[in-house]
Design a protein around this ligand. Structure first.
Ligand code: ADP
Ligand code: MG
Length: 699
């Protein structure tokens, strides 16, 4: 329970992290410097210093009560993995000492063969290893020193999400530095992308959760009629937080703070039982690690309060699902936010160039952004009127929209020369941070000094989205730098480039209502993609232009991309398969028998009334309604079973994903429709599991 007394937050913050301060305190000066250099410049660690660092880390961890260490990594399963080893090492006389070597710090060898590899395993060596990523601090969790690591196969194929993320950050760094140099900035040594991911989640009472197989096996309710009250009153959003939830949030904050996670904002969300946590932004790599830890802690702390945290994108039909907002920007090691509109024409020209790169990247790689948020769970949200549509577009706001228009119309705002000649007037109107009329329906919104990508599902690792985004923007910056470095007159070339590219990619900008049906038609006219479902989106992963993109920037090999596409397709149809089987199980063991019991009671009453000569009989009427639905239920059950069985004929992952989407999913929906209709008619004491009312309002 809470260890906090007011005022001690700074003390517990980062207390379980081997951070800057601990390093400074526990490492010899030269070792600290070497490590720091490694971290700042994303260089490889010198093995000579590794031993000293490892030993200091171990001493620190043991002083905090740790007994084990683990290489903490992010395989393609979507969650994190860890295998714990203790520090103990036997000595003569049957004693042990606590030991941890540089070798153990730098490299681990988990068995790679049980993690998804999408065919890589067959082609390459099965063994894999983990390698320390010193740009993310080590931390202690549950008495174990966790070392953030990358996960690779021995032949060098990437098996995780961290490695390509780090590579994409290097790619955008290389290209952004070229651009900065063109603007005369030679001081910046590194450009990092930054992210603040806002995380939504639901809390339900554990006693109800334990009675629902669907929640346990699939994370969402596969059956359930909407209760009389949902979110229509809008009385939950930012509402008073219930004391039980408040105690949960308080403890969660503390756990996160100990891990050095900058948990900042917490509030109720739109749907009943739905909440949100937002951290303060940090470097993308760390933000990714922290978001994984946040999700893990959300679940763990819930258990201590008799609650279960649901991270699924759509736990309940009829109320909003959960997403994650990826707030993204780029900044230099000197703290300059490159997406912050400046005050001088030169700064503004630089801002507009970076902005143009993002606009072009989002337009040309719409498919990749869409793919980065594609999953069976998120398919329930995208395109429904609660989350951004499946069409990727950008919102830039009125002021910036006007600037873009004027650039296109030739009344160019960029006039860097005037500043040079001493004119000095700011030719760009100030672009205020626009907080008032924020467009909540846009998938990709400019929010003053960053972009907010809102299509992610709540369960997602943010790695994939940021790999796509970083690499796509890196590519545009590369092309821009190539052109501008060769220009005879930089300013002329810059104006021409911005004008040309904005005009060419303006179609991706849409400031209207993304939930409007008219937008779907308009987007089609503009030639934008509308990849409605996961099986529609995923096959574009390995389109020629995408293969080229990732290869050029050294983020993925062609083979790694094929394997990733395969893993994502597999995850999609396996998820649907588990859901279908769970539905059949619940129907046969719980729903149908409940309907039979209630029918029996109604039949008995009907018979009794008849024998007494009572003509009017509501029970008989109800019974006939229920009987008719029971016939439909039985038929829908058979149809779903047949649909599931039909998958056995297929083996290709793309075909399987399509089949589950086109054939199994509709059969699931039909079974649910009938079962939910029966729930509405059935007496509560017969209904075999907790209703939406209990789940949504029971905490
Ligand atoms: P809201 O979206 O609720 O209005 P803010 O705009 O303050 O809240 O921030 C939302 C999220 O964006 C927070 O996690 C914040 O840390 C993050 N954020 C703010 N600035 C940046 C930035 N430069 N780069 C990345 N994320 C940022
Ligand atoms: Mg937001």
């Amino acid at each position: 329970m809470s260890e906090l007394t007011h005022g001690s937050i700074p003390e517990i913050f980062g207390s379980m992290v081997f951070n800057e301060n601990v390093m400074k305190e526990r490492l010899p000066k030269d070792v600290y410097k070497a490590l720091k250099k490694t971290i700042m410049e994303s260089k490889a660690l010198d093995p000579a210093v590794a031993n000293i660092v490892a030993n200091a880390m171990k001493d620190w961890a043991v002083s905090k009560g740790a007994t084990h260490y683990t290489h903490w990594f992010q395989p393609m399963t979507g969650i994190t993995a860890e295998k714990h080893d203790s520090f103990i090492s036997p000595t003569e006389g049957g004693n042990v000492i606590m030991e941890f070597s540089g070798k153990e710090l730098i490299k681990g060898e988990p068995d790679a063969s049980s993690f998804p590899s999408g065919g890589l395993r067959a082609t390459f060596e099965a063994r894999g290893y983990t390698a320390w990523d010193p740009t993310s601090y080590a931390f202690i969790k549950d008495g174990t020193l966790c070392i953030p690591t990358a996960f690779l196969s021995y032949s060098g194929e990437v098996l995780d999400k961290k490695t390509p993320l780090l590579r994409s950050m290097d790619a955008i760094n290389d290209q952004a530095l070229r651009i900065l140099k063109l603007f005369g900035n030679t001081e910046a040594k590194r450009v990092n992308t930054t992210v603040g991911p806002e995380q939504e989640y639901f809390l339900v009472d554990k006693k109800y959760y334990d009675e629902r197989k669907d929640l346990q096996y699939t994370g969402r309710t596969l059956f359930g009629a909407m209760c009389p009250k949902g979110q229509e009153m809008d009385d939950h959003y930012f509402g008073t937080i219930k004391s039980r939830v408040s105690a949960y949030m308080k403890e969660l904050d503390e756990e996160l703070w100990k891990l050095g996670i900058l948990a900042k904002t917490k509030h109720n969300e739109v749907a009943p039982a739905q909440h949100e946590l937002a951290p303060i932004f940090t470097t993308t790599n760390i933000a990714t690690d922290h978001n994984q830890l946040t999700m893990e802690m959300m679940k763990k702390v819930a258990g201590r309060h008799g609650l279960v945290c649901l991270l699924h994108e759509k736990p309940f039909d009829g109320v909003n699902g959960s997403g994650k907002h990826n707030n993204w920007s780029m900044s230099t090691d000197l703290g300059e936010n490159l997406l912050e509109p400046g005050t001088s024409p030169r700064e503004n020209a630089q801002f507009l160039l970076f902005l143009t790169a993002v606009v072009k990247a989002v337009d040309e790689y719409q498919d990749l952004l869409r793919i980065s948020v594609a999953s069976a769970g998120n398919d329930h949200r995208l395109g429904a009127n609660e989350a951004p549509p499946a069409i990727v577009s950008m919102y830039v706001g009125d002021e910036l929209g006007a600037v873009i228009d004027s650039i296109e119309n030739g009344t160019s705002y960029i006039d860097v020369k005037r500043e040079k000649m001493g004119g000095g007037a700011a030719v760009l109107p100030p672009i205020p941070k626009d907080t008032s009329d924020r467009n909540r329906t846009s998938p990709f919104a400019f929010t003053g000094n960053k972009f907010e990508f809102r299509m992610l599902g709540s369960t997602f690792s943010i790695a994939c989205t940021n790999i796509m985004l970083n690499t796509a923007v890196a590519e545009e910056l590369r092309v821009f730098a190539d052109e501008l470095e060769d220009a005879t007159d930089f300013n002329d070339a810059l104006s021409a480039l911005i004008k040309r590219e904005i005009t060419a990619h303006k179609r991706i900008i849409f400031n209207g209502n993304g939930y409007d049906d008219a937008w779907v038609a308009e987007a089609e006219k503009r030639g934008l993609l509308n990849l409605k479902s996961t099986p529609d989106a995923l096959p574009h992963y390995t389109d020629e232009k995408n293969l080229k993109l990732f290869q050029r920037h050294g983020v993925y090999t062609e083979c790694e991309m094929h394997s990733r596409e395969e893993i994502l397709l597999e995850e999609y149809y396996k998820t649907l398969n588990i859901e279908a089987l769970t539905m059949l199980d619940m129907n046969r063991k719980q729903i149908f028998p409940a309907v039979v019991s209630y029918s029996k009671e109604l039949a008995e009453v009907t018979l009794g009334k008849k024998s007494l000569g009572i003509a009017d009989c509501a029970e008989a009427e109800l019974l006939s309604k229920i009987s008719a639905l029971a016939v439909e239920l039985h038929a829908a059950d058979g149809a779903l079973e047949a649909a599931s069985a039909g998958a056995a004929k297929l083996s290709d992952a793309t075909e399987l994903a399509r089949y589950y989407h086109d054939t199994v999913l509709p059969a699931m929906n039909e079974l649910r429709r009938v079962a939910d209709a029966l729930e509405v008619l059935t007496a509560e004491k017969y209904w075999p599991f907790p209703t939406y009312g209990k789940l949504l309002f029971g905490v």
